[in-house]
Design a protein around this ligand. Sequence first.
Ligand code: GLN
Length: 505
Amino acid sequence: MSTPRPIPDPTPHVPEDFHGGGIAGHPKGLSNLFFAELWERFSYYGMRALLMLFMIAPVASGGLGFAQPQAAAVYGNYVMSSYMLCILGGFIADNFIGARRAVLIGGFIITAGHYALAFDSVPTFYAGLILIAVGTGLLKPSISTLVGGLYRRGDSRRDAGFSLFYMGINIGAFAAPLVTGYLAQDEGFKQILVGWGLDPRHSWHWGFGAAGIGMTLGMWVYVRRLDWVRHVGDAPAADQKRPWERLALVTLGTVALLTLMMKSDEHAWLGYAIYALPVLAVLYFGVFRQDDDSKRIAAIGVFFIAAVLFWAVFEQAGTTLTLFADELTRTELLGQAFPSSWFQSVNALFVIALAPVFAWLWVALGTRQPSVAAKFVLGLVCLGLSFALMVPAAQGIVAGKVSPWWLIGVYFLQTLGEMCLSPVGLSTMSKLAPARLTGLVLGVWFMATALGNKLSGTLSAGFSSKDPVALANFFRDQAIVVGLMALVLLALVPWVRHLMGKDHH
Ligand code: GLN
């Protein structure tokens, strides 16, 4: 792809060839982190693909026999917790163990969690979920911190590097459900188990076990090439005082926020109050305080708000759009029938195809590329257009099931938006954060995903498969809100650039 630019100011303790020598002229360490995160996401999405189905499957077929609302609550709270614990994990990495070790410890905890799920009992089921959520909290922000650490401020390969890293994420996300789904659900595999003299009802646990093997491979890759990231993600110096009181505060704060969000299902005002907090924070830091750190925090706050809205609409892929695929779309392409769940892989496939294009584009544009805030505007515009495209699709159901090309078009637009916002967001957080706070700031970034996921569940309650007019309005209204947010952000671009100072690219 591109050749690395000459680096004007090498950090003395970093071997020069570590600035390049990896995938497409990127730092060597990127290859390590790319594959480690690929396998971590393989385990995450592979397990997530089974979770809901396993909980609602009757006990006689090896499931837990939960009622649908109970399963939905466990699922929603689990996904939200694993992203929200990133705040705590990021804080621990910054102040106690360093990002490199946080990935290692988090990875082992996740592995233990997947293997716990491979056993057939309710206590090991809950233990497994808790372990995976806690481990993900440690690993997810820290592995992104390490990627960010490979590039110096001003290195124009940074966004491109995150685009490639994002491609690794999606290779894992694409392949995993195919593998774990086969092991857990395929009749052929159940027959193989019978042939081995094993209980076919345990097939679910083979699926969970495969996720564990994926995570083990991830850790193996990481440990084997640890040398390539040895220069990033150090723990704070041993003589530095450890902030135990603040750790207690962050832990309490995270647990309180988690509890409040779980309660917001019954008390909607709680949710609104929590969503209003970042707006107040932006006003406080961006308008009333003028020091450099406050300006950066305000900029982070603006991106955070945009990201919550983005994920709230985007994550309906798993709810609203899956229902649309299942009930209202012809699941046949070029004469070939396919299961509706395959639509889940379309987004990951588009990311794999588009990530190299975006990586190339950002490098080719170099310093002429749009500012971060402008990329976020583009991300929201594409997302808004995707739901605008759902309006004629919804109107089309009057004449029966609609063509699968509608959803494929929708996912294409959403992926364009995702590529402008998500890897760019990761990259920007890693750059804007003061060095000692990188993990915490990345934790804040993933909290946008946690809140967005929760909101997407709330929004999807408005979906109705029976009434084409109501359905078209449902998508139209969300497209309008996203479009308005894009306009507001567009108006704020100069201010956000000012807040970010020289870091606006
Ligand atoms: N799909 C990406 C991942 O798993 C992005 C998740 C997110 O931040 N919403 O890392």
